[in-house]
Design a protein around this ligand. Structure first.
Ligand code: PAJ
Length: 291
C-alpha cells in the first residue's frame, strides 16, 4: 500500500545515510536518487515524482556543490531555503533528504577529480572550464554514497545529462540514468532556481529565450541553414535585451558535436545567454521530420 506523504527524513552524515539505505535494501526496496542544489521548484519536484515511479524509495540530495562554481560565479548568492525545500518535498513523497555539509562531502585532503571529455568539451564546457569536472565528481560521489538503482536528471541541463550518461557508461557505474523533459512556466520560460535573480523587466523579457531556440529548431528541421537560423535568433535575443549571448548551437543530441541534418540522428538546439547579471540556459529538440 502507498505510504501517506509526510516530511522526509533528513540526514547530514554519510554514516546515517548508509544506515537508511541499508534499511531500504534489507526490506528489498529499490532506490532512486535525485541530485539537486536545493531552492527547489516544480522542475525538481517533477524529478522526484518520476523517482517515485521508478523506485520504491526516493532519495533527494541537496548540496550546493562548491567545486562546480568558478570564483566569479554565484556560489555565495546561490538561493538556499532548506525549510521550504523540505515542505515541498513532503508534497511529492520524497523519503529521505541527503544534505551533507561541504566538509562531510569533501573532507580535508580531497584530491580526486573526474574529467569527462567528449560531451563535456564544448558549449558550457568552453565557457565554464572546470564546471563539468565538479559536477561529474560530485555525482560520482553521490552515486557511491546513496548506491541508487536509478538517478533522475532534468533535460533542462541537457549537456550535464549527456556528461553524466557518458561517465556512467565509461566507468561501468551500476545504475541507470533517467532524463526528464524540461518543466516550463506558462510563458515557456524553463523553471530554474536562478530565475529568482531576474528583475520584473528581465522576467518579462526572459521567455524570448525559449521562443528563439524553438524557432531555430523548427527552421533547421525544415532545411534552413544553421548559420542563418542562429543569426536571426541572436538578433531576436539582442532586441529583447539579452547579451552577451555565449552560444546558440545546433548539436547532435548524443555527442553534442555539430548536428548534420543529413545524418538522420536527433538534434538539439542549446543556448546560454545573459540577461542583466543572470546567465540563463535552455535547450529544445529539433523536431523530427518524415523523410
Ligand atoms: P540543480 O540546478 O539544482 O538541478 C537539479 C536537477 O534538476 C538537475 O537534473 C536539473 O536538470 C533538474 N532541473 C532543473 N530545472 C529543471 C526544469 N525546469 N525541468 C526539469 N528538470 C529541471 O543540476 C544541478 O543542480 C547540479 O549540477 C547537480 C546535478 C545537483 C550536481 O551538483
Amino acid at each position: 500500500m502507498a505510504r501517506a506523504p509526510s516530511t522526509p527524513k533528513i540526514t547530514r552524515t554519510l554514516k546515517d545515510l548508509r544506515r537508511h539505505i541499508a534499511r531500504y535494501r534489507k526490506a528489498g526496496e529499490t532506490v532512486a536518487l535525485v541530485p539537486t542544489m536545493g531552492a527547489l521548484h516544480d522542475g525538481h519536484l517533477t524529478l522526484v515524482r518520476t523517482a517515485k515511479q521508478k523506485a520504491q524509495r526516493a532519495v533527494v540530495s541537496i548540496f550546493v556543490n562548491p567545486t562546480q562554481f568558478a570564483p566569479n560565479e554565484d556560489l555565495a548568492r546561490y538561493p538556499r531555503d532548506e525549510a521550504g525545500d523540505l515542505a515541498k518535498l513532503a508534497t511529492v513523497g520524497a523519503d529521505l533528504v541527503w544534505a551533507p555539509s561541504p566538509d562531510e562531502m569533501y573532507g580535508a585532503n580531497f584530491a580526486t577529480r573526474i574529467e569527462v571529455e567528449g560531451a563535456a568539451r564544448g558549449l558550457e564546457g568552453a565557457f565554464r572550464p572546470h564546471h563539468f569536472a565538479g559536477v561529474a565528481t560530485v555525482c560520482c560521489k553521490l552515486f557511491s554514497q546513496a548506491t541508487p538503482d536509478v538517478a533522475i536528471f532534468g533535460e533542462k541541463d541537457y549537456q550535464q545529462l549527456c556528461v553524466i550518461r557518458q561517465m556512467v557508461r565509461d566507468l561501468n557505474l551500476p545504475l541507470a540514468i533517467h532524463g526528464v523533459a524540461t518543466v516550463r512556466e506558462k510563458d515557456g520560460l524553463a523553471r530554474s532556481s536562478r530565475n529568482a535573480y531576474l528583475s520584473a523587466d528581465e522576467r518579462a523579457a526572459a521567455p524570448t529565450l525559449s521562443v528563439a531556440i524553438r524557432t531555430v529548431a523548427v527552421q533547421v528541421a525544415d532545411g534552413t541553414k544553421q548559420a542563418a537560423a542562429i543569426k536571426a535568433a541572436t538578433k531576436a535575443l539582442e532586441r529583447a535585451g539579452f547579451g552577451p549571448i555565449d552560444y546558440i548551437a545546433v548539436a547532435d543530441a548524443e555527442t553534442l558535436d555539430r548536428w548534420d541534418p543529413k545524418s538522420g540522428r536527433p538534434g538539439r538546439v542549446l543556448v546560454a545567454a545573459r540577461l542583466g547579471t543572470t546567465r540563463l540556459i535552455d535547450n529544445v529538440p529539433v523536431p523530427r521530420r518524415k523523410a
